[in-house]
Design a protein around this ligand. Structure first.
Ligand code: GDP
Ligand code: MN
Length: 401
């Protein structure tokens, strides 16, 4: 699950990390009111930032043609107009895909006076099975290019999860960032706060880009996390009711939400062959074998270890809402599950959805003979497969000819 920038900043602020204020507006009028107040309090420049679960907003374009999902304004009138141009409109960035994301809220805050933009992230390094602190002095909107062209400019510090980020490691990274004087101690403290946030929230990724050296009104230099991206580990969400409450369903794919209501694990992909499988490992193997025989999977769909007839029907309905689907492969291994329950579920689902697409079914395991009999006697056109590779070849043949 991903969080919005304002939510991530709130969690950081709670743990002592310096961030700009996190006031969110859902209408242009609200933005105007806040802007009036901030300018009357002496602000010179306000930042208006589209809140979507995607980065690259600064360089993004709205479908209306309006440029930029993160903008700076010098007056309350401009701030209001900017918020109006963003709210209710679809922002397309490098990370949203061409369909873009609808902006329903904007962060409005006094824009700090930025001297330098740095990059910092805490993530899970799957190669070493350890948390990794990553940083670069070349932060800002072109960090992907820095990583690709000058990877030596990315600082990496591996963390022992048993003891967490040690203060000496934080100071080492702060120094490597090229910071001087007071800022080294400040950065070290901030990095400790980032690591703590990442750890306590069971996050998979916390990215601050940019982490800024800013100049305050009295001429001092200080650090502030000007942007924040926080991705959480779904498997640990059960122990964070406060974080669950931050879920924004409007940001998630409607079919995936529908699937999770039925206890199904569904991820849409771009291919034409839908697969319905029990168990994540078998689902991965099924997607692989479809590709091996020249097809492209339309989804990952795991109905779990004990799928019911209701779940199978729901799974078919979800699959059929994807217009790219031209054929379906059901691949079930009945270990705990009774193959006949699945067979009855398939028959009911085919009837209920008036399925016209080619359907290949491979059943194996517990009570498989009765399951096959149920399918054969149903009177429906179901292509039966004897093995996994037979099923994959048959469905690819049926779809691609
Ligand atoms: P992203 O493009 O989605 O990563 O959004 P960011 O929040 O990182 O904003 C993009 C860029 O806008 C940053 O790299 C900054 O240069 C600039 N920016 C964002 N917020 C502020 C702000 O409050 N003040 C100033 N001066 N610039 C900002
Ligand atoms: Mn950013």
């Amino acid at each position: 699950m991903n969080l919005h920038e304002y939510q991530a900043k709130q969690l950081l602020a709670d743990r002592g990390v310096a961030v700009p204020p996190v006031d969110v507006c859902r209408t242009a009028e609200e933005a105007r009111k806040l802007a009036d107040r901030l300018f009357s309090e002496g602000a010179k420049l306000l930042a208006v930032k589209s809140q979507i679960h995607a980065g690259g907003r600064g360089k993004g374009t709205f479908k209306s043609g309006y440029q930029g999902g993160v903008k700076l304004f010098k007056s309350a009138e401009e701030t209001e107009a900017g918020a109006r141009a963003m709210l209710g409109n679809v922002l397309v960035t490098k990370q949203t895909g061409p369909e873009g994301k609808l902006v329903t809220s904007v962060l409005v805050a006094v824009a700090p006076n930025i001297q330098k933009e740095l990059y910092v992230a805490v993530l899970l390094d799957r190669t070493s099975s350890r948390p990794l602190l990553m940083a670069s002095s070349e932060g800002g909107m072109d960090i992907e290019e820095v990583a690709a062209k000058t990877p030596e400019k990315i600082i990496k510090e591996s963390v022992d999860p048993a003891v967490g980020l040690m203060p000496y490691q934080a100071r080492k990274v702060a120094t490597a960032l090229g910071l001087k004087g007071d800022l080294i101690g400040q950065a070290a403290k901030l990095l400790m706060g980032l690591y703590r946030t990442w750890w306590e929230c069971d996050a998979t990724l916390l990215e601050i880009n940019p982490l800024c050296v800013i100049k305050t009104n009295d001429g001092k230099e200080t650090l502030q996390a000007v942007d924040a991206k926080l991705s959480l580990d779904d498997n640990a969400l059960y122990r964070h009711s406060d974080l669950q409450a931050m879920r924004d369903l409007g940001e998630e794919a409607p079919l995936e939400i529908e699937a999770s209501k039925h206890g199904l694990n569904y991820i849409k992909l771009d291919g034409s062959i839908a697969c319905l499988v029990n168990g994540a490992g078998l689902a991965m193997a099924t997607m692989d074998i479809i590709q091996h025989f020249g097809g492209q999977p339309a989804n990952f769909l795991d109905v779990g270890g004990g799928a019911s007839q209701e779940q199978v029907t729901a799974a078919f309905k979800i699959i059929l809402q994807d217009a790219n689907v031209k054929g379906i492969l059901v691949n079930i291994f009945g270990g705990i599950m009774d193959c006949n329950v699945i067979a009855k579920g398939i028959v009911a689902a085919v009837k209920e959805t008036s399925l016209k697409l080619p359907l290949v079914v491979r059943l194996e395991g517990n009570n498989v003979e009765l399951g096959k009999k149920t399918l054969a006697e149903s009177g429906l056109t179901i292509i039966s497969a004897g093995s996994m590779s037979d099923g994959a070849q048959k469905v690819v043949q049926a779809v691609l000819g």
